[in-house]
Design a protein around this ligand. Sequence first.
Ligand SMILES: [Zn+2]
Length: 152
Amino acid sequence: MIQLGMNRRSRLEKMYNRFYKKLNPVNSDDSFTCYYCGEPANCYDHTPPISCIDYYDCTGIEAEFLLVPSCSECNRLLGSTNTKTLADRFTLLKELLRKHYSKVLKSTALWSDKELRELMEDPNNLNNCIVDMCRIGNIASKRIDYPGFDIT
Ligand SMILES: [Zn+2]
């Protein structure tokens, strides 16, 4: 019987997990927490990914072979990207999160917590703020696109 998808992954993990050292949090408060982002962990992330084991086996290049608790989103974002150290993987994950949430990060950087609370208290205020933001954005775009004029 042919097994594909998650079954294949489970079989590979069973086969190769013995090569990896499972790291656990020193502080028990960090149990079940994603090493990369602090959200609840529901799986383990492999450094380097299991899919890259042949690369290290063939080249003889050394890697750390570590397992850390991870949330599924961090695990998915990192995927099979070949990183040989946990530090490299950690840095890569931060870049991937910044890229994945770039639009939201730009928006939230514009508002203070106090301003957001005020907006949430009055739905009309929220609508007006969005309209104002679009108006200001349009004006800013026109100013940025303004070609200037001839001067003597
Ligand atoms: Zn995470």
